[in-house]
Structure formats: C-alpha cells, structure tokens
Design a protein around this ligand. Structure first.
Ligand code: PGA
Length: 262
C-alpha cells in the first residue's frame, strides 16, 4: 500500500450517498482543494456505481479510491456481489471490510471479515478492517475483550507481510452517526491496545508502521485533539466527508496535529 504513516490518513466513507453526477461534483471539489492539504493522504470511498467515474477524475491526482465492501469469490453465481478483481478494475486500491453497518444489517461476522481480507490482499487491495464496541459493551467494561476478539478472528491466519496491507479502523459503534465522539483519551486507550496486539502478534516493525484510524462522528472541530494522540494515524469519516469543505478541513486539522506530534 503506497501510503505512509508519517502523514495523516483521512478516508471519506460516503456510504449510501451520491448518484454519479453528485459524486463527480464532490470529488471535483475535493480534488480542487486537495492542493491545500498536499501532505495528507486522502482516500475517497464512494458507492460502487460511482467508483470508475470518480477514479477517472482522480487519475492525475494522488487521492486514493476505495470501495465499501467486497466479496471473497472471484466469479460465479453470487448475485449482487462484487469481487476483488472487479474493484481493482474500477480503480480501487483500498476496500473497507467489516464496517459495523455491514455487521449489524448484513450479517457480517469476524469470520466473513477474515475471508474477505484474505481474498482482497492477493489482488493488490489494501483492507481497511473496521472494529469497535457497542455502548452496552463499553458500559459493561467489555471493550478490550471485544476488540481483542475482532482482531484475533478478523486477522486469523494473516502473516506479518499481509499486515503491511491492512489498516485497522477503530470505530466505537455508539459514536457512528450519532454526533457522540469518543474522547481523545478513550480513543487513544483503544488505539494503544490495538498497537500492542500487533506488537505481540506481528512484532515491533509491523506494529510501529501499522495505520490505525479512528472513526465515529469525526468532524473538523474534533479532529485535532483525536489525531494529536500518539496512536491515532488518521480518521475514517462518514457524514462529514460528504461535503468537500468539511473533508478538507478535517485534513487540515489532521496536518496541524501531525505538526505537533513531530
Ligand atoms: P460518521 O461515520 O462519521 O458519520 O459517524 C463514520 C463511519 O461509519 O465510518
């Protein structure tokens, strides 16, 4: 994956939003403003239908394109699914796997997440694996237990080399789309736990370069404090990524936080 942990990584998950003309308007605005945040690594994650048109607009830019989901089979009678090579063909180099909405509404499990990652990586896709606890799990102090299980089962069988192409996105479910954000301290605590899991399982070299994103009601006003945390390498942004101005503002705040961290 050709992005570096030395710069903030800001990924915009557009979810079920944007027709092709709307997606083109948004991505053109992002592209225009991206020169203001040149050092940030931007990833746009449109719905499947807009992937290739968005890729065409970004061909001469360093903004990356990702998809929101993938299936593990290469081809066959799997109506409605999209394969890793189809995503590569559409210009994606990233794919979100196991977003909590996929787990909640579409029955995805740690096992399916693991299968999807294992099928995506050999095609050259980098996986953005999403994990996170519910409000109830947090209140009953089961956060680290849940995160540990999602990491163990989601990454099961992957090698240290594979991990170079896996981004972890910590997204507390109670913070997604709710306007509630984990405090920087709450987020950092889990990010440090994830980093330590990677140290224990894949060694220091892999763990220290691993990208761990925070997601859940990220907006310009809370980005600086979150990304100033040691183990937070960027943001996976939903709602606030649907507007070019707020997406770029988030990248600006990320860059500011990185200046402080250096
Ligand atoms: P949100 O979504 O920023 O709208 O809370 C984040 C996500 O689901 O990735």
């Amino acid at each position: 994956m050709n992005i570096s942990i030395n710069n903030p990584i800001i990924a915009g998950n557009w979810k079920l939003h944007k027709t092709i003309p709307e997606a083109l308007d948004l991505v053109k605005d992002i592209k225009k403003a991206a020169s203001e945040v040149e050092k940030a690594e931007l990833i746009v994650i449109p719905p499947f239908t807009a992937l290739a048109p968005v890729r065409d607009v970004l061909e001469d830019s360093k903004i990356h394109v990702g998809a929101q989901n993938v299936y593990w089979e290469e081809k066959g009678a799997y109506t409605g699914e999209v394969s890793p090579s189809m995503l590569m063909d559409a210009g994606c180099r990233f794919v979100v796997i196991g977003h909590s909405e996929r787990r909640q509404y579409f029955g995805e499990t740690n096992e399916t997440v693991n299968r999807k990652i294992k099928s995506a990586l050999p095609h050259g896709l980098a996986a953005i694996m999403c994990i996170g606890e519910t409000q109830e799990e947090r209140e009953s102090e089961k956060t680290t237990e849940k995160i540990n299980r999602q990491l163990e089962e989601g990454l099961e069988g992957l090698t240290a080399g594979d991990l170079e192409n896996v981004i972890i996105a910590y997204e507390p479910i109670w913070a997604i789309g709710t306007g509630l954000t984990a405090t920087p301290e709450q987020a950092e605590e889990v990010h440090a736990f994830i980093r330590e899991f990677l140290v224990q399982n894949y060694g220091n070299d892999i763990a220290s370069c691993a990208i761990i994103l925070y997601g859940g009601s990220v907006k310009p006003a809370n980005t600086y404090d979150l990304l100033a945390q040691k183990n937070i390498n960027g943001a996976l942004v939903g709602g606030a990524s649907l507007d070019a101005e707020s997406f770029i503002q988030i990248a600006k705040q990320g860059l500011k936080a990185y200046e402080e961290k250096k």
